[in-house]
Ligand binder design. Structure first.
Ligand SMILES: *Cc1c(COP(=O)(O)O)cnc(C)c1O
Length: 401
């Protein structure tokens, strides 16, 4: 059973992924189609980058119109689109300034650079002594600096040495942060809910306690909202569940409307103003095509009430999943439409994903035992109900085997 598309990818592509054996050719809303015409419901939406669904007609229209007008000019010049995009996202999130990049990892790197330079020029940390604190089980991207903060052995193995000044503490316990902070600490970087780390929700009040500790010690609290942001967890930003406004946030994934890579670091003026011309940049970051699509993506998530949908449908989906009683299921957890189903380690989450694929449901496991459900936020209750029913079937089948 060979497929020329799969063979070609495997022959000519680096094998840094292990895709499920399906070749996708088209997408519309929550559905995608393979090269044989089979339809699947996308329950992963590209790790939550496709919150708007595939090929959202309004976004495709904006994309095509902007593509015919102006695309890439670099930041050597102003455009009519970038300022509007930055203003829109700042007003929506309550930050004063934003710095545009493309991928999530680049925006995280931007946040780390901002924090270090802020530590030296504003806080007064001695030269080259600034420390960044991150959490065990984090995922912030794949650059050398970022994997230098990872606690997943495979992410680091063979890629050292890593830059100094990075510290890792346990996740979910604010007293650990208090203990780890020194006079040289620049920033605490944290995911409001660990995404790739297995959809891990910290205890309520954790982020609020961390924010208070950061404020007390004059440490920047930076939330990586790349996966959790823009409505995914039932609020515009996941940190809003704890009622906090961190010193900075990082956005990506859904910000590009499921069409383009668009990312941002957002913060207060005091932090962002550490950057002066030539300090930092990106050839493609903030290009008018990305800015136009990003603005439209924000307009849609407000007008189509993504946060409210995710909150309501997420509760419904979790209740459906919790109603499946099986020794296979260890836990159902998450917030909004970012849900993890933890499978007992005697069973394989990967095998379940293959079985779901055969039944027309796309998702992928993370860390061997967790099946992730992060569908487009435009999904309907009926579609969720049908996925839950099929899942119950597949789980019953796997139990027999
Ligand atoms: C996906 C992700 C990133 C990295 O984004 P890329 O666009 O893949 O570089 C960073 N942080 C979190 C929380 C993510 O989920």
């Amino acid at each position: 059973m060979t497929n020329p598309c799969i063979d070609r990818e495997l022959s000519y592509g680096a094998c840094n992924y292990d895709p499920l054996p399906v070749v996708l050719v088209r997408g519309e809303g929550v559905y995608v189609w393979d090269d044989a015409g089979n339809r699947y419901i996308d329950m992963m939406s590209a790790y939550s980058a496709v919150s708007h669904g595939h090929c959202h007609p309004k976004l495709v229209k904006v994309l095509c119109e902007q593509a015919a007008a102006l695309n890439i000019v670099s930041r050597a010049f102003y455009t009519d689109k970038l300022g509007l995009f930055l203003q829109r996202v700042c007003e929506l999130t309550g930050y004063e300034k934003a710095l545009p990049m493309n991928t999530g990892a680049e925006a995280v790197e931007t946040a780390l650079k901002a924090a270090r330079k802020w530590a030296y020029t504003v806080k007064g940390v001695p030269k080259d002594q600034a420390e960044i604190i991150a959490c065990a089980g984090n995922f912030h991207g794949r650059t050398i600096t970022i994997v230098g903060m990872s606690t997943v052995p495979q992410y680091k193995a063979g890629f050292g040495p890593f830059p100094p000044g990075l510290k890792v503490i346990p996740y979910g316990d604010a007293s650990e942060l208090d203990k780890a902070i020194t006079p040289n600490t620049a920033a605490f970087l944290v995911e409001p809910i660990k995404g790739e780390g297995g959809i891990v929700v910290p205890p309520a009040g954790y982020l609020k306690a961390c924010a208070e500790i950061c404020q007390k010690h004059r440490v920047l609290m930076i939330c990586d909202e790349i996966q959790t942001g823009l409505g995914r967890t039932g609020k515009l930003l996941a940190c809003q569940h704890d009622g906090i406004q961190p010193d900075g946030i990082v956005l990506g994934k859904a910000l590009g409307g499921g069409i383009l890579p668009v990312s941002l670091f957002l913060s207060r003026r005091e932090v962002m103003d550490v950057f002066t011309p030539g300090d930092h940049g990106s050839t493609f970051g903030g290009n008018p095509l990305a800015a136009a699509v990003g603005s439209a993506a924000l307009d849609i998530l407000v007008s189509e009430k993504f946060s409210e949908r995710a909150a309501k449908l997420g509760d419904y989906f979790q209740s459906q999943l919790k109603a499946i009683h099986s020794p296979l299921i260890k836990e159902v957890r998450g917030k909004g439409l970012l849900i993890g189903l933890e499978i007992d380690e005697r069973y394989s989450a990967h095998d379940l994903c293959l079985k779901l694929l055969k039944r027309g449901i796309l998702t992928k496991e993370t860390h061997q035992t967790v099946i992730r459900f992060a569908p487009p936020l435009i999904i309907t209750e009926e579609q969720i109900q049908s996925v839950a029913a099929t899942l119950a079937d597949v789980i019953a089948e796997a139990e027999q085997a």
